[in-house]
Design a protein around this ligand. Structure first.
Ligand code: TXA
Ligand code: MG
Length: 356
């Protein structure tokens, strides 16, 4: 792939400068790709209706064409360009959660390029709430297709620097508005199956969705790798258990807090004997347990504040990778609220297996 100079420009997160947004929008209109912030993670955007621009997304990320993209809109009228027969459930959810971290799987409109949907008869749509994302979509005058701005199989970027690390030389422009507020990707909700089902837990919790649609189903059980993998690969092609792979092996521990601490300390001991450097991704409350060890500790925040943990999760994994540890040990944060999304990302990073 041809090397291009990557420029990073700082854009005010709350009141984006119109001149800077114009510059980015002109690139999008010209069929280029641009990295931009959303409230979840940074996205790699292109005009959803330009074939060559879409191809650039896949080339820059090294992403297979079988993995469909989310289309980002700034206005509900843009739904009409993308979908047909909008279900009433979609309208109710959009009313409650848009703009915000919820992606809806809807029937595909006939003009949506196959590259966006990977040939599926459905399309993923979301209205982000980040002012820079909204301004960029409006100024571009077209919905923007955007995956997370990481190279394929790597952790999603929650800062412009993360995106630069993965995509420097492959994108002309990165808009930098500081760290993302939520830190995990949007919840992907399938409204095209018999009952609405979460395909990927994310920024909007199962509990919150159920206040609008009480029959929303949680994601299919993911730890039985073989049973569901094939089915899932067809329904949600980007949702394979190995999707978010840090470049360092990650072990995810489960059980009560005491059980997790005991098993993690034992693992640190075993690794220490082998001369390995261990990284720990834990909560503030766990720190005293591990302070006497040689491990490299990253605290994601208080276990009582999962918003904080989610916001620091990916930065934590990246910083431990960069510390050149040989293995990352991580605790489970439960399944309530954002816990489900945190657990999902960590389980994927751990290759689908818990340690007890
Ligand atoms: O928060 C987010 O959703 C971020 C920001 C940039 O908006 N985007 C993001 O995109 O995470 P990406 O491409 O990394 O993940 C989108 C996932 C895909 O992996 C795929 O599984 C699912 O959305 N998806 C997209 N279109 C789909 C469809 N038609 N049916 C089922 N799943 C779909
Ligand atoms: Mg992604």
């Amino acid at each position: 792939m041809e090397y291009i100079r990557t420029e990073i420009i700082e854009v005010h997160a709350k009141c984006p400068e119109p001149g800077l947004i114009e510059r980015a929008a002109r690139l999008i209109q010209g069929g280029e790709i641009v990295v931009f912030p959303t409230e979840t993670v940074y996205g790699l955007g292109a005009d959803a209706f330009q074939q060559t621009a879409l191809e650039r997304i896949f080339a820059a990320k090294g992403r297979p064409l079988s993995d469909p993209l989310i289309v980002h809109i700034a206005d509900e009228h843009q739904l009409e360009l993308l979908t047909i027969n909008i279900p009433i459930e979609a309208k109710r959810l959009a009313w409650q959660f848009w703009p915000g971290p919820l992606t809806l799987i809807l029937p595909r409109g006939s003009h949506v390029p196959h590259l966006v949907t990977a040939g599926l008869e459905t399309v993923a749509v979301r209205m982000p709430r980040h002012p820079v994302a909204l301004a960029l979509i409006r100024a571009s005058g077209s919905p923007i297709a955007a995956p997370s701005a990481n190279r394929f199989m790597h952790i999603s970027p929650t800062t412009a620097q993360h995106a630069y690390t993965d995509l420097a030389g492959k994108v002309p422009l990165i808009l930098d508005s500081g760290p993302c507020e939520i830190g995990v990707e949007s919840t992907v909700l399938d409204l095209c199956s018999d009952v609405p089902r979460i395909l990927r837990p994310g920024g909007i919790s199962l509990e919150a969705l159920r206040t609008v649609l009480p029959d929303v189903q949680p994601p299919a059980q993911r730890n039985k790798v073989d049973e569901v993998e094939e089915d899932l690969a067809m329904k949600a092609p980007g949702q394979l258990l190995t999707h978010y792979a840090p470049s360092v092996p990650l072990l995810l521990f489960d059980g009560t807090i005491e059980e997790m601490h005991t098993s993690m300390l034992a693992e640190i001991g075993r690794r220490y004997v082998k001369g390995e450097q261990v990284g720990l991704l834990i909560a503030e409350e766990d720190i005293p347990k591990f302070q006497g060890t040689q491990a490299c500790i990253y605290s994601a925040g208080s276990e009582k504040d999962l918003m904080q943990v989610a916001a620091h999760l990916f930065a934590g994994l990246r910083s431990l990778e960069e510390a050149h540890v040989q293995v990352i040990l991580c605790r489970n944060f439960g399944e309530q609220g954002l816990g489900l999304a945190i657990r999902d990302r960590l389980l994927k990073a751990a290759g689908g297996k818990f340690r007890t």
